[in-house]
Design a protein around this ligand. Structure first.
Ligand SMILES: [Zn+2]
Length: 188
């Protein structure tokens, strides 16, 4: 990173460093308008999500999943990095379980999702009605498309997975410690 304090000129036609858009906001298809774009990822990556504590959290190992312990249901969602809309906005696009048959068919047909043009729409008018995904061969050269980011990493940060696992792991460790202590006591 260039330190602006070291700039020798006052007036600059551009900043010292042009920052390209590297954020990948979550984008969901809503309303009547079809969400269109080009897939950058080779395939989807997803998780079973609970809506728990007013946010989406991934289902953890059944032994330690707090949402499961409280009986919350989960649903599968999948994600790809994509360029969306007219302006090629960087986005993480969400697919629902209901649209995964179309995702899978496209992956089997083209052997990769990267470079495919997609359109996402709702079968009904409600925001939560069934999502329908359509794919076709993209018109753009795959080599001209930007590289896909690590979507798993983006999701991990968004869902705070390291913290979730750490806190659950810490809780488990504490239980083990207590059990260890009691079993040691049991030997005496
Ligand atoms: Zn769970």
């Amino acid at each position: 990173m260039i330190e602006p304090r070291n700039a020798k000129e006052i007036f600059l036609r551009r900043p010292l460093e042009i920052r390209h858009n590297t954020s990948w906001p979550m984008t969901r298809q809503k309303g009547k308008k079809m969400l269109v774009g080009t897939v950058l990822s080779g395939d989807t990556i997803g998780a079973y999500l609970h809506y728990y504590g007013r946010r989406s959290v991934p289902h953890l190992h059944p032994d330690i999943c707090p949402a499961c312990k409280k009986g919350y249901p989960f649903r599968y969602y999948a994600y790809v990095a994509a360029l969306v809309a007219k302006d090629d906005l960087h986005a993480i696009v969400e697919f629902t379980d209901a649209s995964m048959a179309q995702v899978d068919a496209a992956f089997c047909k083209y052997r990769t999702l990267r470079g495919l043009a997609f359109g996402l729409s709702r079968v009904g008018n409600a925001g939560n009605s069934r999502l329908f995904a359509r794919f076709e061969a993209g018109r753009r050269d795959k080599d001209d498309l930007p590289e896909a980011p690590n979507v798993t990493k983006i999701l991990m940060n968004m869902w705070e997975v390291p913290e979730l696992i750490q806190s659950e792991f810490a809780a488990e460790m504490a239980v083990n410690r207590l059990m260890g202590v009691s079993s040691l006591n049991g030997h005496h």
